[in-house]
Design a protein around this ligand. Structure first.
Ligand code: HEC
Ligand code: HEC
Length: 433
């Protein structure tokens, strides 16, 4: 059952290629076409290295300037790159569960910063195929939600997503599009913006803002730094090197469907078209990650970040089976992070791995006790919605007191394997005999 869902999602992930095949254009007039999940588009093989000179549009060059421009924020101190740091795989530059922003740089967001590497041009558009009938739903359960940007998949296009941080009061905190444009007009590249989009572009505020968001999107899709494919694992896939015995052991543990079973969601197989895997299926799951007291929003016991069913996402809230589900993320470069999962609850990779294999065998290690002294398992969801947490996929099926599927040594091995997914691998030269 699960396999069917995953297999379909895997296909969706490859069919959902967005925008990369667009011809370069100075002024981006139309939205890059998002390919529907069942479209017959095939993904061009991803080069393992980026030797070929990329086509780089004028819009992308402007988007790049905007991405790194802190003057576009209310504080004047925060750019997209403050949170999506290029030297940290476009992920967070520190171990904060959520970054600080807002007009005075003191407001805290509610979610961990995801890495922007690899997923931007390969995230399928959001879809939630509903079964046509109850019997179909019971027999063939391919109704798993998939795709979209954000931990809750609420944006289908990068140009829509880009305006969220610009206006979010905890992030770049602009009042409205006019506030952003007023800042844009003061930048040294405003002249260039007019050359590319038209001398009178700023007279039409709606159009100017739309073009600005497309420019950011073009940068995100065109800049090769978002998908370098320079990890040791990529070299291994290309047959250029062997993994060490420990790394291979880790991979085996990661793959084993009756063990770690990680690869069932974090896909590590080369695509039919030769594309290198991204270690995500873009599906949604509720893993029951413990509540994180480091998030200020969690001081309110009535506040819950429930992903697909809100509060940030609003269109899926009526179906309570969506509550607690978050998008599976790419594990490329995950070993470089200091913060893991949507709420940033864990700060080391090994703790994230331990959580998977000990969540059920030793819940007292991960969850606090409630008022009656009972371990409050899955405490980041209201009690009535905890049934949504995944207890059917390995390794999340164990009972308290059972032996975890991985030992500490196994965890070391899997961590060693995941480190091979870090970009910028430089082979150590063989010592001359
Ligand atoms: C204050 C930190 C912060 C800033 C500044 C910021 N982001 Fe983000 N970004 C986040 C967080 C947190 C998320 C996850 C949001 C969610 O799930 O609601 C995110 C998600 C994203 C995603 C979705 C990635 C995915 O795989 O789904 C994209 C794309 C993105 N940001 C681009 C940008 C751009 C472009 C800017 C500048 C206009 C920007 N971000 C500014 C914190 C930030
Ligand atoms: C049933 C699908 C599923 C399986 C099986 C699975 N994961 Fe995940 N993984 C997810 C989802 C969904 C998230 C994001 C959940 C969240 O933040 O609430 C995630 C997040 C992660 C993260 C955090 C990444 C980050 O950037 O914050 C790591 C690390 C990870 N998984 C590793 C593993 C390992 C190792 C295994 C095998 C033991 C595994 N996963 C098995 C679905 C899965």
């Amino acid at each position: 059952m699960r396999f069917t869902v995953r297999a379909a999602a895997r296909w969706a992930a490859f069919a959902g290629l967005m925008g990369v095949a667009l011809p370069p254009c100075a002024a981006v007039a139309a939205a890059p076409a998002a390919v529907a999940r069942n479209a017959s588009a095939t993904l061009a093989p991803q080069p393992a290295s980026t030797d070929a000179k990329p086509v780089y549009s004028d819009a992308a060059a402007l988007g790049r300037l905007m991405f790194f421009d802190a003057s576009l924020s209310a504080s004047g101190k925060m750019s997209c790159a403050s949170c999506h740091s290029p030297s940290h795989a476009y992920g967070p530059p520190n171990g904060l569960a959520a970054q600080l922003g807002g007009p005075d740089m003191r407001s805290q967001g509610t979610r961990a910063v995801p890495s922007l590497r690899y997923v931007l041009n390969r995230t399928p558009i959001w879809s939630h195929a509903q079964a046509a009938s109850l019997s179909e739903r019971l027999s063939e359960t391919d109704n798993a939600p998939v795709g979209g940007f954000g931990w809750d998949g609420r944006f289908n296009h990068l140009h829509d997503q880009a305006s969220f941080p610009l206006f979010n009061p905890d992030e770049m905190a602009n009042k409205d599009p006019s506030a952003v444009l007023a800042k844009l007009e003061q930048t040294p590249y405003a002249t260039r913006f007019k050359e590319v989009f038209g001398q009178n572009i700023f007279a039409d505020r709606t159009k100017a803002f739309t073009q600005a968001m497309y420019a950011i999107e073009r940068f995100e899709l065109e800049d090769p730094s978002f998908h370098p494919y320079t990890s040791k694992f990529d070299d291994y896939l290309d047959g250029k090197l062997q993994l060490t015995a420990q790394e291979l052991r880790g991979k085996k543990l990661f793959d084993n469907p009756t063990g770690g079973n990680c690869a069932s969601c974090h896909i590590d197989q080369v695509g039919v078209d030769g594309s290198h895997p991204l270690f995500t299926d873009f599906n949604f799951q509720a893993l029951g990650v413990p509540r994180n007291p480091e998030l200020r929003a969690n001081a309110d016991p009535k506040y819950f970040d429930m992903g697909l069913c809100g509060p940030l996402r609003t269109d899926q809230a009526s179906d309570k089976s969506n509550c607690g589900l978050f998008k599976s993320v790419s594990l490329r470069n995950t070993a470089t992070r200091q913060v893991f999962f949507h709420n940033g609850r864990f700060h080391t990779l090994k703790d994230a791995l331990r959580f998977y294999v000990q969540r059920d065998t030793n819940p007292a290690r991960w969850y606090p006790k409630d008022a009656h002294g009972k371990v409050d398992k899955f405490n980041d969801l209201p009690v009535a919605l905890r049934v949504n947490v995944d207890t059917t996929d390995e390794p999340l099926t164990r009972k308290a007191g059972e032996r975890p599927v991985w030992s500490e040594r196994d965890i070391d091995d899997v961590a060693a394997f995941l480190i091979t997914l870090n970009d910028g691998y430089v082979p150590t030269p063989k010592r001359a005999k």
